[in-house]
Design a protein around this ligand. Structure first.
Ligand code: UFG
Length: 326
C-alpha cells in the first residue's frame, strides 16, 4: 500500500495485518510518520511516482493488490500550488498505474474523496451525482478515478475508488497527526488542551444552527471498507468487472457546533472558540449516501456515533500527547 505511514493508511495497514494480509508500505514520509507504520508491516521509504522503481518493488515484494492511500490532500494548498497536485496525484498516479501494468498487478483500491462532487445539488449525495470539483485537490482525485476507469476497460485493471467523506477518530495505536492541522476534530481537541485557539468558520449558513454539516466516518470503519474493497478486486469477482466507485460516510450529518458539544462532553470541560468568517470553498452540507457500499461491499459503519469518533480521537491524543516521536 502507498501512504501507510499516514493517518488513514496506518489504521488501514493495521486492519490489513489483523485480517491476515502480508502488508508492504511505500511512503516517502513527507507527511507520514515512521512511527505510525504498524509493527508487522514492511516499510519502504520512497515515492510511488517513479514508475520503474515501483515496478521493481511490486515484483520483488510479489504484491497482489495495491491500496493507494498516498496523496497530497490539502484543499487550500492545492489552490495556491496546483502543480504539486497535478504532478503527484495525477502524473504520479499514472506512474503508479503503469508500474502496476509492468509488474502485472491487476488490482487497485483508491482513496478518493467527497471533494470530487464540489457543491452538490442534492443530499445525501449518490455516486452518480455530477462531478464538479471546486479545487485542484478534488480535480486531481477525479482525474485519477477516471484513469482507473479507462485503464480498467483497456488493460483489465480491477479497481475500487472509495470516496471518503470526513474521516475522524483513531485506533488505539494510530491517530491523526498532521502538520499543519486543518481538520475540525483535532483542532477542537487541541483547543480543549489549550494548545491552540479555535475558530468556527462561519455561523451564517442555511443549516439549523448556522454552521456547516459534514458526514463523519470513523477511520476504523474506513479501514474495514478497504479490506472489503480489496477482496472485491479478485479476478472474476463480478463486482469489479466494471470499475467500482463507492461513497463512504456514516449517512448522518453533524454540524461544527455539534462536534464542539460532543468534544466538550468527552473531555468534560468547556472548549473556547470564536466565530470567524466563512472559509473559502466550504459547501454548507456534505452528506453521503453510502447505500452502494452497503449493497455491493456489504459494508456498514459500525462506529457512527460522535462519542465513538471524538472519544477515540481524544483517547489517542491522551496516549500520544506529542503525536509520533518522529
Ligand atoms: N472548521 C472550522 N474550524 C476549523 C476547522 C474546520 O470551523 O478549525 C469547519 C470547516 O469550515 C468545515 C468543517 O469544520 O465546515 C469540517 O472541516 P474539515 O477541514 O475538518 O473538513 P472538510 O469538510 O473541509 O474536508 C474534508 C476532507 C477533505 C475533503 C473534503 C471534501 O478533509 O480532504 O472533506 O469536501 F476534500
Amino acid at each position: 500500500m502507498t501512504g501507510g505511514a499516514g493517518y488513514v493508511g496506518s489504521v488501514s495497514a493495521e486492519a490489513l495485518l489483523a485480517a491476515g494480509h502480508e502488508t508492504v508500505v511505500l511512503d516517502d514520509l513527507t507527511t507520514g510518520h515512521r512511527g505510525a507504520v504498524p509493527p508487522g508491516a514492511t516499510l519502504h521509504v520512497g515515492t510511488y511516482t517513479n514508475r520503474d522503481a515501483l515496478a521493481r518493488l511490486l515484483e520483488v515484494e510479489r504484491v497482489e493488490a495495491i491500496l493507494h492511500c498516498a496523496a497530497r490532500s490539502l484543499v487550500g494548498e492545492s489552490i495556491v500550488d496546483p502543480a504539486r497536485y497535478y504532478n503527484e496525484n495525477v502524473a504520479g498516479g499514472v506512474a503508479l498505474l503503469d508500474a502496476a501494468r509492468a509488474a502485472g498487478v491487476q488490482r487497485v483500491v483508491f482513496s478518493s474523496t467527497a471533494a470530487v462532487y464540489g457543491v452538490p445539488d442534492t443530499t445525501p449525495i449518490p455516486e452518480d451525482a455530477p462531478l464538479r470539483p471546486i479545487n485542484p485537490y478534488g480535480e486531481s482525485k477525479r482525474a485519477f478515478e477516471s484513469a482507473l476507469g479507462w485503464y480498467g476497460r483497456a488493460y483489465g485493471l480491477r479497481s475500487v475508488s472509495l470516496r471518503y467523506f470526513n474521516v475522524a477518530g483513531a485506533s488505539a495505536a494510530s491517530g491523526e497527526a498532521h502538520d499543519p492541522e486543518t481538520h475540525l476534530i483535532p483542532n477542537v481537541l487541541a483547543a480543549a488542551e489549550g494548545r491552540r485557539e479555535l475558530t468556527v468558520f462561519g455561523d451564517d449558513y442555511a443549516t439549523p444552527d448556522g454552521t456547516c454539516i459534514r458526514d463523519y466516518i470513523h477511520v476504523s470503519d474506513l479501514a474495514d471498507a478497504h479490506i472489503r474493497a480489496i477482496d472485491a478486486t479478485a479476478a472474476d469477482d463480478p463486482r469489479t468487472a466494471e470499475p467500482l466507485v463507492c461513497n463512504l460516510g456514516s449517512g448522518g450529518g453533524f454540524s461544527v457546533r455539534e462536534i464542539i458539544a460532543a468534544a466538550e462532553s468527552t473531555v468534560g470541560r468547556t472548549i473556547p472558540f470564536e466565530i470567524g468568517p466563512r472559509r473559502v470553498g466550504d459547501p454548507p452540507v456534505l452528506v453521503a449516501s453510502s447505500a452502494r457500499a452497503a449493497e455491493v461491499l456489504g459494508w456498514r459503519s459500525e462506529r457512527p456515533s460522535l462519542d465513538q469518533m471524538v472519544g477515540s480521537a481524544w483517547a489517542w491524543r491522551q496516549s500520544h500527547p506529542d503525536g509520533y516521536p518522529d
